[in-house]
Ligand binder design. Structure first.
Ligand code: EPU
Length: 422
């Protein structure tokens, strides 16, 4: 297993280019199962998660290759297999996004039921209720697999609201499936995340008839067949947000290229209050910070609210603010595995239910720490870059799931991060 050895205390300065969005790429790649025509997808980041999905799509009969311009080509050649087994779902929860496309196109989907993960209990009841609303004739659980079967799907009204708001991948599944359903589907309480807008735009580029994506009501008029297309994925707003914090936490100055600031308004709002300067440029952003950081309160919410996927990174930053901050997690109330690790580095964090009181300290001190999930590991890397002395972040395979070449990108702007074998 790889780990990072980070020497703290350097200011980051320079330019970083943001990669394509992992969470947009995954459902878009899965949606290629809806057509037998070739799809060319540009800016798919080469990450552990996208590699897992490529392997799964290959077992589901797709031929996949990258061309010399790094574009990913996906063409389904054999539609006989309908199974996403335990191994693929265990390795990557987002494998669930093949459920809707398989059912809609092959009339049968067998997908291993995902378990919980380091960020908490992660049910899929809303995905299944959505498929039921589309007239799926049989949905059962057999030997740990969800088996969904229906000779056709029927457009209908589908409500996707749950106790913590809508569901992103649930919306992706129902949106994808409804493109081939008979008649009109209206998804109410749909997720509004930019990744869902990207999926809707991709599906429309295949010939789907979708309107309203990006709002809580999406309307889909089913079509008989979808075509191929050539499509570019949006930049990764979570990677961009993570590097904004990297600039702020090291008192540095970074210009992030290929960054859509309109996807990051809630984050920019909080950073401004903290005292971080964020200058919006064309397709880029310049971030710099003064030495003194103000404390703020943050509550994670569905888009356009503050994203849960940046909660851990902002917590690392607020550890060094001049006063007390309060962070409340309203999407995954147990997504706090990073607290104990940050406390090992001298942070003062106290959890009360889904809320954490962050008492600002003057400095963090390097220590051996353990990554527990993707965004928690990013927070530990950020903390390590500002901490006194050396930080060892173990289990960085978590970070490789979602950040393309993170240590190379950060080292080029002044960080000292070395990848070694544990
Ligand atoms: N929920 C239900 N029932 C469901 C589905 C979800 O109650 O059927 C609840 C969840 O427990 C949670 C809330 O609804 O409280 C939102 O979960 P959602 O379904 O939106 O999460 P997801 O679609 O499984 C995606 C991202 C996550 C991101 C969340 C929230 C991908 C591949 N994953 O997960 O990204 O945190 O949306 O924005 O798109 C990450 O990249 O690190 C990551 C975890």
């Amino acid at each position: 297993m790889d780990m990072f050895i980070i020497q703290g205390g350097t200011r980051l300065r320079g330019d970083i280019t943001i990669s394509g969005a992992k969470n947009a790429a995954l459902p878009i790649m899965a949606a290629c199962l809806l057509t037998r025509h070739e799809c060319v997808i540009r800016s798919v980041p080469d990450l552990a998660d996208t590699q897992h999905l490529i392997k799964l799509l290959e077992t589901l009969g797709a031929k996949i290759w990258r061309d010399e311009s790094d574009a990913l080509h996906i063409k389904v050649e054999d539609e006989s297999c309908c199974l996403a087994d335990y191994e693929s779902v265990r390795r990557m929860r987002a494998s669930i996004c093949v459920l809707g496309p398989l059912l809609a196109r092959r009339h049968l989907a067998e997908v291993s039921m995902p378990g919980g993960c380091a960020i908490g209990d992660r049910p899929i009841n809303l995905h299944l209720r959505g498929l039921e609303a589309l007239g799926t004739q049989k949905i059962s659980l057999e030997s740990g697999n969800i088996v969904a079967e229906s000779p056709y799907l029927k457009g209908s009204e589908v409500f996707l609201g749950g106790p913590f708001g809508s569901t992103v991948l649930g919306t992706a599944n129902i949106l994808s499936a409804a493109t081939l359903a008979r008649g009109r589907t209206v998804i109410e309480s749909a997720a509004c995340e930019p990744e869902i807008v990207d999926l809707g735009n991709f599906l429309n580029s295949l010939g789907a008839k979708i309107t309203g994506h990006g709002t809580p009501r999406i309307t889909i008029d089913g079509v008989e067949e979808l075509q191929g297309s050539d499509y570019e994925i949006i930049p990764d707003r979570i990677e961009a947000g993570t590097f904004m914090v990297a600039a702020a936490i090291t008192n540095g100055e970074l210009t992030l290229h290929n960054c859509r600031t309109e996807h990051l308004m809630a984050v920019i709002d909080r950073l401004n209050l903290i005292g971080v300067e964020v200058e919006r440029l064309t397709n880029a952003v310049r971030v710099s910070s003064a030495r003194r950081l103000n404390p703020v309160d943050i509550t994670t919410q569905p888009y356009p609210g503050f994203p849960t996927d940046l909660q851990a990174q902002l917590m690392a930053l607020l550890c060094l603010a001049d006063g007390n901050s309060i962070i409340t997690e309203k999407i995954f109330p147990d997504r706090f595995m990073h607290i104990a690790e940050l406390n090992r580095m001298g942070a003062r964090l106290r959890k009360e239910g889904p809320t954490v009181v962050v008492q600002g300290v003057r400095e963090l001190i390097g220590a051996p720490v353990m990554a527990s999930d993707l965004r928690a590991s990013a927070a530990l890397v950020l903390a390590g870059m500002v901490a006194q002395g050396q930080t060892e972040v173990r289990r960085v395979y978590h970070i490789d799931r979602g950040y393309y070449g993170i240590e190379d990108k950060l080292n080029k702007v002044g960080a000292h991060i070395e990848r070694v074998k544990e």
